[in-house]
Design a protein around this ligand. Structure first.
Ligand code: ADP
Ligand code: MG
Length: 707
């Protein structure tokens, strides 16, 4: 880095804190390196002798980077990552000195106490033991921060009996499932050279940035990540002047530091821009294997938050920090590619002739149609309930956008059983001689579809901005594995491959055409049309959760060894608990803010108002009807606030003592949430009336326009 100017050479710093392939190749004895590569490929098991050598080299490398500690870095079902740091030091020797040590055993296995992580009943308290196991497919890295430098080792996290307590374990299982079935499929088409198929993911991350001083004055943001009160500013996003707008200096400086930090960690942060809402931005890395992408997305979220603090800023990852302003999501770009670079989702120039592609495509249509409920569930999180199916962002209905070209091919297949041509892209002519003419894609984009084909990948757009992308990819990998496996069962047993293939493509396309929708997914008409087509429209997390452990779901996940019934049941429990807990925190925060900040401020304001009315009245008999009108309006709203507050207090008190589970979650959604809305309504009206100097917290306008 050129320290004075703050300019960086991205290529030089990229991955400098990662124990990546080139570091391993350089540092590990050749045999050990080769063995590890085989293990990563899935061909061999890790033995302790190999682990010892790797651990030693990893430690030496980390110490050179300033690391004093190591940690197994894992993803329990809390939504965030977890870590417990251990110093490299050994017990003091006779001379009082210590050595720095790190064994193979310590690398591959950790034993954190699992009792305080959500397990949904999987882990009885007498079996509090949990294990973390090294995931050698996601490289270790050194994180440098206020804690010094720490060697972070990505790990899976399981119970004493081997059940998954985390996101990574089922994700890795699902990647194996789709690999196995996709290999079967490509072998049928004569591919003898590819050895592995990997699901790749590129997640686009949206986030809000606000000023930290102002953030600290908003208890709702501090406790819940979203504003629980707040009237809309006079200007919203109606001018469309923020999307792709010039990035302001303060934000640009922040983005630069985020990029530098991420590049050092080997995260390929690539694209950044302003998003639709004021104060909203996006960051997208270059796609990587699903497992690495999931880990990296966690690092992206952590880094966005951490670096913001250094700039006097606060990053809000909540799906809906501001009511009435666009929310934030995550676009999960997904594809499957062989180790020799063949993307199974690449249609080629003439997709109608590409039978392998058509089979893959129609299998995906089938998978998404049959398991729309599971995909919807994968995007369910408490904050996302404010987006999905609301009047912006993706609808809660799952459908697939194929674009003009592929939709046409599918139509041909359905009507005549044969596709004979593909619509091709034409020349884009601007009418300006000095501008280049170029060929445009055969297909335009569609921004309103939750599951859109975008050239050579599918983009699942429903995930919430603060959610892990693991679950969505677990579902995607597994449902596609199932569709592939069913296709292979048919094709492997057919006497006439070509005929069977032709029939199967047609059957998949015909049976599942209802899932294809190319129109405006945000429209009212689509909601009605989807209902006619029998597509599920699940508008809340609480109603999405049950799809996790239906018989259909248990059959699917057990067949491919991704989840057992017990694991699914446990996840259902964890999700209901999470829902109730989060809404409870929101309700408690509202009660606190209304009682301690808003009502006292409004009372002060009414006192000032009443005094001024009295003062005017005592000196002259001027017309004071305006002040009096205001006073009675404020008093009425204050009374409404007080009664809504006591109602919310009562309901929140009832909710908290209920037994954890579905009933409690439903109570929070139906009773507590609506009481919260009833409290918010008079408060937001008061905010518009009460003197700004007397309002106890920064307004929406202060937060989103003054960063
Ligand atoms: P847009 O916003 O137009 O959809 P971006 O370039 O912002 O496009 O993001 C697209 C994301 O998709 C990036 O993370 C990119 O790396 C990723 N991506 C591109 N090709 C593939 C692919 N074959 N498989 C998975 N992800 C991909
Ligand atoms: Mg996109």
């Amino acid at each position: 880095m050129d320290k004075c100017s703050g300019y960086y050479n991205a290529a030089e710093i990229f991955g400098e804190n990662v124990f990546n392939d080139s570091v391993m190749q350089e540092r590990l004895p050749k045999k050990v390196y080769q063995r590890l590569k085989e293990i990563i490929r899935g061909g061999k098991e890790l033995d302790l002798a190999t682990a010892d050598v790797i651990a030693h080299e990893m430690k030496e490398w980390a110490i050179e980077k300033g690391a004093t500690h190591y940690t197994h870095w894992f993803q329990p079902l809390t939504g965030v990552t977890a870590e417990k740091h251990d110093a490299f030091i050994t017990a003091p020797m006779e001379n009082g000195k210590v050595l720095m040590s790190f064994s193979g055993k310590e690398l591959i296995k950790g034993e954190p106490d699992a009792s305080s992580f959500p397990s949904g009943g999987l882990r009885a308290t007498f079996e509090a033991r949990g294990y973390t196991a090294w995931d050698c497919t996601s490289p270790a890295f050194v994180r440098q921060d206020a804690a010094g430098a720490t060697l972070c080792i990505p790990t899976a996290f399981c119970s004493y009996t081997g059940e998954a307590l985390d996101q990574k374990t089922p994700l890795l299982r699902s990647m194996e499932a789709v690999n196995e079935q996709a290999m079967r499929l490509i072998r049928l088409f004569g591919n003898k050279t590819s050895r592995k198929v990997t699901a790749s993911v590129g997640p686009e991350q949206e986030y809000f940035i606000v000023d930290r001083e102002k953030y600290l004055k908003r208890k709702d943001l501090i406790f819940t990540g979203r504003t629980l009160f707040g009237a809309m500013p006079p200007k919203g996003q109606e001018m469309d002047d923020h999307y792709f707008g010039t990035i302001r200096e303060r934000i640009a400086a922040y983005m630069r530091d985020v990029n530098v930090e991420l590049w050092r960690l080997g995260v390929s942060a690539k694209t950044q821009h302003n998003e639709v809402a004021p104060a909203q931005h996006e960051l997208a890395p270059i796609y990587a294997s699903a497992n690495v992408a999931v880990d990296h997305n966690q690092l992206v979220m952590e880094t966005l938050k951490k670096v913001a603090g250094r700039h006097g800023l606060q990053c809000l990852l909540h799906e809906k920090p501001f009511a009435g302003v666009n929310g934030s999501g995550k676009h999960n770009n997904w594809s499957i590619t062989t180790d020799d670079g063949i993307n199974l989702l690449d249609p080629g120039v003439t997709p109608h002739e590409n039978f392998q592609f058509l089979l893959v495509l129609t299998c995906i249509l089938k998978a998404v149609d049959i398991h729309a409920d599971l995909l919807r569930e994968a995007a369910a999180d408490v904050g996302n309930d404010h987006r999905l199916g609301a009047n912006e962002a993706p609808p809660a209905i799952i459908s697939v956008y194929l674009g003009e070209q592929l939709e046409d091919v599918i139509k041909q297949l359905i009507s005549t059983g044969e596709a004979t041509h593909s619509i091709s892209g034409s020349k884009l002519e601007t009418g300006v001689k000095t501008l280049p003419d170029f060929m445009k894609d055969a297909t335009d984009r569609n921004r309103t579809s939750p599951f859109a084909f975008t050239g050579n990948k599918f983009e699942f757009r429903m995930i919430g901005s603060q959610d892990s992308i693991a679950q969505a990819n677990i579902v995607l990998n597994t449902i596609v594995a199932e569709a592939f496996s069913e296709a292979c069962d048919v094709l492997e047993n057919s006497s006439d491959f070509e005929q069977a293939l032709h029939d199967l493509i047609k059957k998949n396309a015909t049976d599942h055409r209802r899932i294809v929708f190319n129109g405006n997914g945000y429209s009212e008409e689509w909601v009605e049309e989807a209902l006619r087509r029998g597509l599920p429209n699940i508008t809340s997390m609480v109603d999405a959760i049950p799809s996790l452990n239906t018989e259909k779901s248990v059959r699917l996940f057990e067949k491919f060894g991704v989840f057992t019934r017990a694991e699914l049941n446990s996840r259902v429990e964890v999700e209901y608990e999470t829902y109730a807990k989060k809404i409870n925190i929101e309700a408690r925060s509202m009660i606190d803010i209304a009682g301690k900040q808003i009502i006292p401020s409004v009372i002060k304001y009414t006192t000032v108002l009443a005094n001024s009315v009295a003062a005017v009245q005592s000196v002259c008999d001027a017309d004071i009807s305006v002040q009096q009108g205001l006073l009675s309006e404020v008093s009425a709203l204050l009374a409404e606030t007080k009664s809504a507050l006591s109602k919310l207090e009562k309901l929140a008190g009832q909710g908290i003592v209920m037994e954890e589970g579905r009933e409690q979650a439903v109570f929070y959604r139906d009773k507590v949430m609506s009481a919260m809305a009833e409290l918010r309504s008079p408060v937001d009206k008061l905010e518009m009336i009460v003197d700004k100097d007397m309002w106890p917290m920064p307004s929406y306008g202060d937060l989103i326009f003054e960063v």
